[in-house]
Design a protein around this ligand. Structure first.
Ligand code: NDP
Length: 324
């Protein structure tokens, strides 16, 4: 027996409980992982609330670092004892031990510690595909990145700066604004007190930016469109304030022949080759020191309820890991 967070009914954070579970032997293509550190991501809340439907009971979590304890039939390229990390479905990372699809695993070099590995995979590979593949950010580009002091946000500020872009970020408090600035954000707008679209136009001499990265969703959607230059791209990649629904496409022509995409990491790392390339880019950024993984909070895995309360009430900064 081992322990895992179990959600029996979709709902608030209190629906999560730390329970004894039994883990079967790994099936063909799977590896049994003993977790060392587990990453918290906003997507975990969407599975818990049912915004992203999944069969119940469920164990949330898409990211962790751990040691391979046993291999299922047909798994090649990994050995028992390897230290690996992953950021993928199926969910189930909020656990001491789990079976995970071996083709989603990445071996972690000794230079990267367990917590960093657990925190960097999902948010790091997200930043990789957002900045390099959804829209290719080039030196000299000015971009707008929302929630710049969050998990994805702090990594994006550093990566975009490394590319040579000018980064405009938004943040929900002065403390968060200072943190974003420390991580490479050139201009930070407190979007609780300022009209961010108006500020973006001022900063860009009325032009707007070629790309907006928006993980906030509902509350920022219109302002994000208003921050774009003609034929600019809105990358709407998350729903922290709620999902964007019922959009009249006419708004895109009215605001300047705009583009919108709603990408997910899984579609950008669909093949093993894509996953390996993305993970390797993240590892290089971390090993070179160009991107520091700022772990703002740690919670025992058994205290997932408090972690979700803090994340959803905008109390966290940077990345968050669960300890075991
Ligand atoms: P964050 O650490 O960024 O936490 C979310 C932040 O969003 C908060 O700290 C807060 O920052 C901001 N926010 C603004 N409005 C609200 C609101 N009403 N309720 C809660 N938070 C709000 O989380 P992650 O780094 O884990 O994820 C960021 C976003 O990226 C999420 O939407 C997530 O779903 C998405 N994502 C998407 C992926 C994809 O491939 N599509 C992959 C990974 C993440 P502030 O107080 O500064 O406003």
């Amino acid at each position: 027996m081992s322990k895992a967070i179990v959600v029996r009914e979709a709902g608030g954070p209190e629906m999560m409980s730390w329970e004894e579970v039994s883990v079967p032997a790994p099936a063909a293509g799977e590896a049994r992982i003993r977790h060392l550190s587990i990453g918290l991501n906003y997507i975990d809340t969407y599975f818990r609330t049912g915004l992203y439907p999944a069969p119940l009971p469920l164990t949330p979590g898409m990211e962790a670092c751990g040691i391979i304890e046993e291999l299922g039939e047909g798994v090649t390229g990994f050995s028992v004892g390897d230290r690996v990390a992953y950021a993928d479905r199926p969910i189930g990372a909020y656990s001491e031990i789990r079976n995970m699809t071996a083709s989603s695993l990445i071996k972690i070099p000794d230079s990267i510690n367990d917590e960093t590995a657990a925190a960097m995979m999902l948010q790091g590979m997200t930043v990789e595909y957002l900045l390099q593949r959804t829209f290719h950010v080039k030196p000299g580009d000015t971009i707008l990145f929302h929630a710049a002091a969050g998990g994805v946000g702090l990594l994006a500020c550093q990566w975009a700066k490394h590319i040579g872009a000018t980064v405009i970020g938004t943040a929900g408090s002065e403390e968060k604004a200072a943190l974003a600035r420390d991580h490479g954000c050139d201009h930070v707008i407190n979007y609780r007190t300022e009209d961010f679209a108006k500020r973006v136009l001022e900063i860009t001499d009325g032009e707007g930016v070629p790309v907006v990265y928006d993980g906030v969703g509902k509350d920022t959607f219109e302002g994000s469109l208003d921050s774009l230059q003609t034929r600019g791209l809105l990358v709407s990649y998350g729903n922290a304030s709620g999902p964007v629904t019922d959009v009249n496409l006419g708004i895109l022509s009215a605001k300047g022949s705009l583009y919108v995409t709603r990408p997910t990491l899984m579609d950008y790392n669909k093949s093993r080759t894509e996953l390996e390339q993305s993970a390797s880019d993240v590892i290089k950024m971390v090993e070179s020191g160009a991107m520091k993984i700022n772990i703002g909070q740690r919670y025992p895995m058994s205290e997932a309820v408090q972690a979700h309360i803090d994340l959803e009430s905008r109390k966290t900064t940077g990345s968050t890991v669960f300890t075991l």
